[in-house]
Design a protein around this ligand. Sequence first.
Ligand code: ADP
Ligand code: MG
Length: 599
Amino acid sequence: MKASADLQNILKAIDRKGYPAYKDTRGSYSFGQYELSIDHVQGDPFASPSKVSIHVEGKAAGFPKECYERKERRIAMQDYLLRLFGSEADKYNFKAKGSGKSGLLSVSRCGQEVLERTACVIVPESGAIVLRLEIGFPANGRTICAPELEKILFDFLPRCIQGVLFYSMLNKEEVKHTLFLADDRYYIREHLAEMGLAAFVANGSVLPRESGISDRPMKNSVLFASPKSMEVTMKLPHKGEISGMGIKKGITLIVGGGYHGKSTLLKALELGVYDHIAGDGREYVITESDAVKIRAEDGRSVTGDDISLFVNNLPGGKDTKRFHTEDASGSTSQAANVVEAIESGSTLLLIDEDTCATNFMVRDELMQRVVHRDKEPITPFIERARFLYEENGISCIIVAGSSGSYFNIADCIIQMDHYRPEEITDFAKEEAKAFPAVSLPGDIPAMPDYERIPVRAVKAIEERKGNNYYAQKYGRGGKNRNGENAEGNVREPEHTKIKGMGKESVVLGKETIHLHYVEQLVDAEQAMALGYILAYAEHNMFNGQENLREIVNKLMELVEKKGLAAVVQGSYLPSGLALPRKQEVFACFNRYRSLKIGK
Ligand code: ADP
Ligand code: MG
């Protein structure tokens, strides 16, 4: 490995040259206690900034094993270090001057959730730390301004690193708090099932957010307080006793007047699949990790789902055991979302009437009399919910403020009243007796089959490998119709272009995959990671052999074992990736319109 002095020499040699000479800096340099690696150099001052990583060996970093041995602690610790580094780096951001992105110094911006990110990794075996960041290499116009980069790499960066990546420099109280919080959350998550719970909301939690565009806790909100009848108490390893509302497995209904806090409670439960940072207000709102928010999503594509549990006898004899559409309706999209959630192994569905297709949820008595069952393709969710729970162990929590039909089939009914939950199961059930119960259909439904086998890649890659394809079309090395070099056009499949667009969508090659309605995707870096995971799957696994379920399970195992690096093709691991859940991987694959399903 080269020494830091070598880097200084390179910088001297390339000063005031054209920007591309910055490429000479690529490589690793020893800075004594750490190693600086320049992984990728931007093409010009306005391009996406250069990628740099810092490596500190376990011995030098000096973190005790307790900080990273267990996974939940390691992730919390990584998150803590990253945030700390971020606030240090902010002090020096754009302090070095120049054109375009010159002087930019940035790491991943973390939101309220604690996620596993490529930006900061503690290696579990050795305690070594890798931190990945982006730096805008400075220039005047397009002329290299090496002294400014020297300032960043030899002054600013060492100062940021010094205070963050060495255990001896950290605030031990904060570290302890971070680790203890991770332990306590983990304890609740681990004990939910044995207590028969689908979710837990601690008393004193702050559920509402500051505003529709801010994820921070609302100030002066009504603190959460469990109804006495639903209160459970746990003894956490560090915090000690904690009480709160335990939502049992089964069918739970949340009712109440408009604006009384129903959706706010459900939203907190949706995000309870993630851990939240100290001070968020939802630190102890914990939901079954595989829970999936279900909503209508008209316009989405559906590829080969078996939605016959909910939809049959469509006009024109359209197949609902292998349902395909480029433009689903409200109800069929919601049916597909349920079926896919189950495919992903979810045991808890979260539903808010605000975002449902009404005809997917209920069909009232009068309508059943006027439009006969035989003429209605849709079996509403209300007629399947008990089957899903009793036969398949799939619970649901439903916000339903407008229809009382669900009272009959619910196990537990919560009323939100001025942001305070009350349990009203007995009362609501008593009242419901006076009304006709939902007539459940006589048929015994079959669970969907999940034999969807992706075959797209075989054909797509054949085509793109393309020398044959393009060469046949345009002649080897010839120009195509647009005057582009035909061979330049041949992209090796490994190099599918992936572009993030916030958490709204990710672009893979030519296709934009819309993730806007995948509501439990919380970070743009997760969307970006989904792009890489999908590209990897397409090139290596969509080969007509295994079904989607097997493929995603394998992928998750791979990523679990080797980290996101296992699915990223290219010469370096980008900093801006965060691990999504398996449920979101399914969601992304299922919204990929180019997916072709066989069998
Ligand atoms: P609903 O779904 O019952 O119509 P929402 O959950 O959308 O009601 O809540 C309505 C409003 O009340 C929102 O602006 C929300 O931020 C606010 N809110 C929710 N819970 C609380 C609370 N505990 N304290 C203060 N305000 C709250
Ligand atoms: Mg609402």
